[in-house]
Design a protein around this ligand. Structure first.
Ligand code: EPU
Length: 425
């Protein structure tokens, strides 16, 4: 298992190119199952989650070629049975359900197992598919889905107790594009990744209105065709580098991020500014420079569905607040159990108390190196950020978590001046 040795105290400067979004790539790759014609997807980040999705597509019978960030998929003849050995590795595998149901009127997908960031039920996914005619049976840990009376457009409200569901919205949207009649998704997720998927489906010939709002209208069509698409920039990777720049960037030159999307980064930009840091976008909004402020101050965060503050950025801001004077409060309303990074940061000298989905952070002047354990993707990123500022060499174990979603994060940070070494074991 690889580990990372991070020697703290370097000052980051220079520029970095942000990769395509992992969370947009996954459903877009799954959506290629909707046509037998070839699709070409560009800027797919080379991370283990996209590799798992490609393995699932191949196991379902699709021909897949990958050359750096470009993936070409032809889903000529496909099977309905997504294999457990691959599905169990990644929860997002469930987004093959919608396309398989739409194309074959049949799908068998394992129920995803437990997840460190909290309970992650699939009731809303199933509610959406059932509303348009799917019949679901559980058998040996698998969801056996079919549509004995065909699929028919319907209006369905996908609001759950924690708000809308991103992959649940994706699944229903993908199932509805080939479903006779009109499907309306109320309380739909508005995340930029949902919009990117909708844009891809529209290029394939789907009729979709309202993606990016709480009401998406899909008029089913008979067939979709192959197309080409470039995945939207990863707003969470960008946000992670923005926080790194605020924590340990060069005050004079800062760190410049290329290939970003300003409008997707509004909540992150606002919180960095509120905490006393400087964020400057170019006119096109596709590049920004972040410099640490002279007198940073703590802030409060409550995560919320887009356009609110993303749950996928709370761990990184917790790391920032751990070295920011004053008291900060971070509440995660979407995944209230997603605070495993706090215990590890406490081992590095941070003062954090977690109670009932909320972390209260008393900023300290410094942190110190310690061996720590990555527990999930964003928690691992937060530990890397903390380690960049800590005195001494931090050893981050269980690195596979970070490799699920950050493309070459160590190489990118080294290019910016960080002192990081990956130890392969
Ligand atoms: N939920 C239900 N029932 C469902 C589905 C979700 O109650 O059927 C609840 C969840 O438990 C959670 C809330 O609804 O409390 C929102 O979950 P959502 O379904 O939106 O999460 P997701 O679609 O499974 C995606 C991202 C996550 C990100 C969340 C929230 C992908 C592949 N994953 O997950 O990303 O945290 O949306 O924005 O897009 C990550 O990248 O590190 C990551 C975990």
């Amino acid at each position: 298992m690889d580990k990372l040795l991070v020697r703290g105290g370097s000052t980051l400067k220079g520029s970095v190119h942000i990769s395509g979004s992992k969370n947009a790539s996954l459903p877009i790759l799954a959506a290629t199952l909707l046509t037998e014609e070839p699709c070409i997807i560009r800027r797919v980040p080379d991370v283990s989650d996209t590799n798992y999705m490609i393995q699932i597509l191949a196991a379902l019978g699709a021909e897949v070629e990958r050359s750096s960030g470009t993936v070409r998929i032809t889903a000529g003849t496909i099977s309905h049975n997504a294999p457990y050995e691959i599905v169990r590795k990644m929860r997002a595998s469930i987004c093959v359900m919608g396309p398989l149901l739409a194309r074959l009127h049949k799908a068998s997908v394992s129920l995803p197992g437990g997840c460190i960031i909290g309970d992650r039920p699939v009731d809303l996914h199933l509610k959406g598919l059932e509303a348009i005619g799917a019949v679901i049976n559980m058998e040996g840990g698998n969801m056996m889905i079919d549509a004995p009376d065909g699929l028919h457009g319907k209006e369905v409200d996908l609001r759950g107790k924690h708000g809308p569901t991103v992959l649940g919205t994706d699944n229903l949207m993908m199932a509805a594009v080939l479903t006779e009649g009109t499907t309306i998704i109320e309380s739909a997720a508005c995340e930029p990744e949902v919009v990117d998927l909708a844009n891809f489906l529209i290029k394939m010939g789907a009729q979709i209105e309202g993606a990016g709002t709480r009401r998406i209208k899909i008029q089913g069509v008979k067939k979709l065709h192959g197309t080409e698409h470039t995945v939207t920039p990863d707003r969470i990777e960008a946000g992670t580098f923005m926080v790194a720049a605020a924590m340990t960037g060069c005050p004079e030159h800062g760190v410049t991020l290329h290939r970003v999307c300003q409008k997707d980064l509004v909540p992150t930009t606002e919180k960095l500014t509120e905490s006393g840091h400087h964020v400057q976008f170019n006119e096109a909004g596709n590049s920004c420079t972040v410099k640490p402020g002279d007198s940073p101050q703590g802030a409060n965060i409550i995560t919320a569905p887009f356009p609110g503050f993303p749950t996928d950025m709370q761990a990184q801001f917790t790391a920032l607040f751990a070295i920011t004077p004053g008291i900060s409060v971070v509440e995660d309303t979407i995944f209230p159990q997603r605070f495993m990074h706090c215990a590890e940061m406490t081992r590095m000298g941070a003062h954090i108390k977690v109670d009932n989905g909320t972390a209260v952070i008393q900023g300290s002047d410094s942190m110190s190196a310690a061996p720590v354990m990555a527990s999930d993707l964003r928690a691992s990123a937060a530990l890397v950020l903390a380690a960049l500022c800590a005195e001494g060499t931090t050893e981050i174990n269980r690195l596979y978590h970070i490799d699920r979603g950050y493309e070459n994060i160590d190489d990118k940070l080294v290019m910016l001046g960080a002192d990081i070494e990956r130890v392969r074991e």
